[in-house]
Design a protein around this ligand. Structure first.
Ligand code: DX5
Ligand code: ZN
Length: 216
């Protein structure tokens, strides 16, 4: 399977985002992961459409926007216009998940659905055929640098078997060279890594280590 690495700018230097993103791209990143938090759905506040727009001219890589916000349907068009290529929403934040996924597609970007570690795969079973990507949180969302929750591994297997071989199955949180190998073995093909990339001096080497022996 082709493995994609999506460095999360949450752990980058926000005063120097342009060159951080460039360095990740030159180091072999496949997507740039952007964590949007609102202080309501998760206990932290981060990035809005302005930052997505500011990052856009610095890379040709797909911008993978992870919305950890309440009422995400109100902001889909803003993020799409700012330059997002993929927008993912949490099932836990969307009482009308099908409608929100259709909104994302209508905005002309790829649609992803995300579930937290304690949410069962059954919560997204009936939307899987409508999405381009399923994102499984391997930490409780809100902060970078947390430890990988191993009990999510069986959910990765479950999602991969429901999604088939062609959809992106992404994991996010606590991914480093050791946990990446476990996720890939369970069927994930997109690995988000914040501190394991931007927390290291040499980003290219960090990305290579996470990808391991696997083919780009
Ligand atoms: C957590 C975010 C992650 C975070 C990952 O809520 O969704 O994308 O940046 O950071 P690490 O890789 O350091 O766990
Ligand atoms: Zn994320």
């Amino acid at each position: 399977m082709t493995i994609k690495i999506a460095p999360s700018i949450l752990s980058a230097d926000f005063a120097d985002l342009g060159s951080e993103v460039k360095e990740a791209a030159e180091g072999g990143a496949d997507y740039i992961h952007i964590d949007v938090m609102d202080g309501h759905f998760v206990p932290n506040i981060t990035i809005g459409p302005l930052i997505v727009k500011a990052v856009r001219p610095h890379t040709n890589l797909p911008l993978d926007v992870h919305l950890m916000i309440e009422n995400p349907e109100n902001f889909i068009n803003d993020f799409a216009e700012a330059g997002a290529d993929i927008i993912s929403v949490h099932a836990e934040a969307c009482p009308h998940l099908h409608r929100t996924i259709q909104l994302i597609k209508k905005a002309g970007v790829k649609a992803g659905v995300v579930i937290n570690p304690a949410t069962p795969v059954s919560a997204i079973e009936s939307i899987i055929e409508d999405v381009d990507l399923v994102l499984l949180m391997t930490v409780n969302p809100g902060f970078g640098g947390q430890s990988f929750i191993t009990s999510v591994l069986p959910k990765i297997r479950e999602v991969r078997s429901l999604a088939g071989p062609d959809k992106d199955v992404e994991v996010d949180g606590g991914v480093n060279e050791e946990t990446a190998a476990l996720c890939i073995e369970a069927g994930a093909n997109v690995l988000v890594a914040g501190s394991a990339v931007f927390g290291k001096e040499n980003r290219a080497q960090a990305i290579e280590k996470i990808r391991g022996e696997h083919v780009k």
